[in-house]
Design a protein around this ligand. Structure first.
Ligand SMILES: Nc1ncnc2c1ncn2[C@@H]1O[C@H](COP(=O)(O)OP(=O)(O)OP(=O)(O)O)[C@@H](O)[C@H]1O
Ligand SMILES: [Mg+2]
Length: 266
C-alpha cells in the first residue's frame, strides 16, 4: 500500500457553549490514500464539519495527531505550516457564503496563488485561465463578480480555488447539497474526472449515503463524534452493522426515486 496522504489518530474536540458540552470529535482515526475517495457519512450534528475544519487546522483539536504527506501537521507553524497547507484544501457546502460576493472570479482564484507565492503578477491571468478551463468555465468569467454566477458556477470556482495550490487531498464538505438537483451530477462528474487526472485524494462528507455510495471507494459512518462503521459502500449498504448506518440508509430509501428516463420523481 502506498503511504497515506492523510492520517489522523485520536482526534478530539469538545465545544462548550451556553452551559452545554459537546464532544464533536470523540477519538476519530482515519487514513486517506493517494487517489482514494473516502466518504464520511453521518446525521446532522455528528461532527463531520468539525472533522473537516480540524483536518485543515482551521480549528485546533484538544487532542490527537494529524500526518499530512508524511509530516506531523499539528507541529508546524509559520512558513512550514503555510507550505504544508498547499497539500490540503477544502470545498465548503455553501458556494454563496464561501466568497466575498464583490470579489471577481480572478480575485478569488488569485488569492491562493499569491499567498503561496505560486504565480508572479504577470503569470496570474494565464494560470486563472487554465484553472477555469479545468473546471469547465469560460475564461470570460474571470473579470465578473462572484455574485453574478449561478450556484453551480460558484461551486466550480470553489473547486478551481482548491486546485490552485496543486493539493494532494481535498476535503469536500457536502459539496453538492446546496445545489439544484440538475447540477449535482455535473459537479460530481467534474470532481471524479479531476481526481483521476491528478491522482487527488478526497474526503467526501455527506449526510446522503446514496450519493456517497456512487462516489466513494470506502465509507466511514460517523455518530456522535466517533467512527462507528467502515467498509466498501456496497457492503455497508447491503449489510449495515450499526443503527447509525441503518438510519442513513432508511433516510435515502424514503426519498422518491428518480425515474432515469424522464428525470421526474416516481
Ligand atoms: N463553534 C462551535 N461552538 C459550539 N458548538 C459547536 C461549534 N461547532 C460545532 N458545534 C457543535 O458540534 C457538533 C458537531 O457539529 P458539526 O457542525 O461538526 O456537525 P455536522 O455533522 O457537520 O452537521 P451537519 O450535517 O448539520 O452539517 C454539533 O452538536 C454542533 O452544535
Ligand atoms: Mg456540517
Amino acid at each position: 500500500m502506498t503511504e497515506p496522504v492523510l492520517t489522523a489518530r485520536g482526534l478530539r474536540k469538545v465545544f462548550r457553549s451556553a452551559g452545554r458540552t459537546v464532544a464533536a470529535l470523540d477519538g476519530v482515526d482515519l487514513h486517506l490514500a493517494a487517489g482514494e475517495t473516502l466518504g464520511i457519512v453521518g446525521t446532522s450534528g455528528c461532527g463531520k464539519s468539525t472533522l473537516a475544519r480540524v483536518l485543515l487546522r482551521l480549528v485546533e483539536p484538544d487532542a490527537g495527531s494529524i500526518a499530512l504527506a508524511g509530516r506531523d501537521f499539528r507541529s508546524l507553524a509559520g512558513g512550514a505550516l503555510r507550505a504544508a497547507r498547499r497539500d490540503i484544501q477544502i470545498v465548503f457546502q455553501d458556494p454563496v457564503a464561501a466568497f466575498n460576493p464583490r470579489a471577481s472570479v480572478a480575485g478569488v482564484l488569485g488569492d491562493p496563488l499569491r499567498i503561496h507565492g505560486i504565480a508572479t503578477p504577470d503569470a496570474l491571468p494565464q494560470i486563472v485561465h487554465t484553472l477555469l478551463e479545468r473546471v469547465g468555465l469560460p475564461s470570460s468569467l474571470a473579470s465578473r463578480p462572484v455574485r453574478d454566477l449561478s450556484g453551480g458556477q460558484r461551486q466550480r470556482v470553489a473547486i478551481a480555488r482548491a486546485l490552485a495550490t496543486r493539493p494532494r487531498a481535498i476535503v469536500l464538505d457536502e459539496p453538492v447539497s446546496a445545489l439544484d438537483v440538475s447540477v449535482r451530477g455535473q459537479i460530481l462528474n467534474l470532481l471524479d474526472d479531476l481526481r483521476r487526472a491528478e491522482n487527488l485524494a478526497y474526503l467526501f462528507i455527506s449526510h446522503d449515503i446514496g450519493a456517497v455510495n456512487a462516489f466513494a471507494d470506502r465509507i466511514c459512518v460517523m455518530e456522535s463524534g466517533r467512527m462507528v462503521e467502515e467498509g466498501p459502500p456496497n457492503a455497508v449498504i447491503r449489510a449495515p452493522r450499526t443503527i447509525a448506518a441503518r438510519t442513513l440508509i432508511d433516510a435515502v430509501m424514503r426519498l422518491p426515486r428518480q425515474d432515469a428516463a424522464s428525470g421526474t420523481p416516481t
